[in-house]
Design a protein around this ligand. Structure first.
Ligand code: MRU
Length: 355
């Protein structure tokens, strides 16, 4: 089987697959030029794939982390169960250290450890088999969640409308339909015609390299814009709603997503454009009270000082490179979840539906 999935007639990119006990990740750093899958030989390789964004997007790194833990434990099935469980805890902490902001990674690893503990009275081989089943369940559930988000958000995509999205919260960031893109794919399948504007998303160009690529090959009317063009496009009345993904939603509705998202939300408020956040339950973190408590990943300076492999900034210049920002809940119109669209006050609606 290749790296694409046939879904309702569209060729969606497959970010990862688990087959015959092996994990294959589509190397997203090589898109859109090359469609290459790498078999993950060990847990270090998975850690590195997450760190360098070969696999990226909150749900996808959660799933990759779960399978990564399985790979890491494969050679330790001969240990006695107590030592096996201790090893699982150490390896989960190691994988969790690869990226801090998306809650899905820690969530999936905690879920895996919970399953291992529940099987603690079995042999290590049986605990291992249970972990494989748990990782497969996380993977399958993500598929269903994306479809649920698509169904919840489908009514927002009206005939002839313009939708703006930021970064990639698409098929590549999940196991199938994506989150922000799920209503888009379903609206396309329903025969609606509409336009999508994809922000380029500096510095790593997830919008240009990934969203524009996956929407275009699915036959969706997508227009790529630089991040700094969003205000102008909105001012021309071309955008009827924004839908973005998220990496962590705090209990009060503040949420972290790719750097630049907050700017889009501020612009949307200025132009009175509804601003929606597609949020799988795996990204909702009610243990984090507010956005200020979310740890923001700071990445290497070379991502900012160069473009397309060529240096574009003077040597020695001071650089900041936060990979995410936190949008305050006041700017959010609604969270599109697999259990419906949540509206303000979010501290109440999030607790009621996901508490
Ligand atoms: O740094 P990335 O590419 O992993 O950032 C991805 C995003 O910010 C996505 O919008 C988010 O993870 C949601 S993916 C469904």
């Amino acid at each position: 089987m290749g790296s694409t999935a046939e879904i309702r007639g569209y060729d969606l990119a497959r970010s990862l697959r688990w087959e015959g006990g092996e994990l294959f990740l589509l190397d997203q750093t090589r898109l859109p030029g090359e469609l290459v899958e790498d078999r993950q030989n060990n847990i270090e390789m998975v850690w590195n794939s997450i760190k360098r964004l070969a696999v990226r997007g909150a749900p996808a790194i959660g799933i990759a982390g779960a399978y990564g833990l399985v790979l890491g434990l494969r050679d330790y099935r001969g240990l006695e169960p107590k030592a096996f469980l201790a090893k699982a805890e150490r390896l989960a902490a190691y994988l969790d250290s690869s990226r801090p902001t998306a809650v899905n990674l820690g969530w999936a690893l905690r879920r895996m450890l919970g399953r291992a503990l529940a099987e603690a009275s079995s042999t290590s081989a049986a605990i291992y088999d249970a972990l494989v089943a748990e990782a497969e369940a996380i993977h399958a559930e993500d598929r269903a969640i994306c479809h649920g988000i698509g169904e919840s958000g489908l009514g927002l995509i009206k005939e002839g409308c313009g939708v703006l999205t930021h970064c990639n919260a698409g098929a590549l960031a999940t196991s199938e339909l994506g989150t922000a893109t799920a209503p888009i794919y379903l609206a396309q399948a329903a025969g609606r015609s509409f336009r999508v504007y994809a922000d380029e998303t500096r510095p790593l160009l997830q919008g240009a390299r990934l969203t524009a690529w996956e929407l275009q090959r699915a036959g969706i009317d997508v227009t790529l814009i630089c991040d700094d063009m969003a205000a102008s496009i909105m001012s021309q009345g071309l955008v009827d709603l924004c839908i973005v993904g998220c990496d962590r939603v705090a209990a009060n509705g503040d949420f972290a997503n790719k750097i630049g998202t907050m700017g889009v939300a501020i612009l949307a408020r200025h132009f009175s454009i509804p601003f929606y956040v597609a949020s799988p339950s795996s990204t909702i973190d009610l243990d984090t009270a507010r956005g200020g408590d979310i740890v923001i990943e700071e990445r290497g300076t070379e991502e900012v000082t160069s473009f397309g492999g060529r240096r574009t900034a003077p040597e020695g210049v001071k650089v900041r490179n936060p990979a995410f920002d936190v949008t305050p809940h006041e700017l959010v119109t609604g969270f599109i979840t697999e259990r419906g669209i949540l509206t303000p006050p979010f501290s109440e609606s999030l607790a009621r539906v996901f508490g």
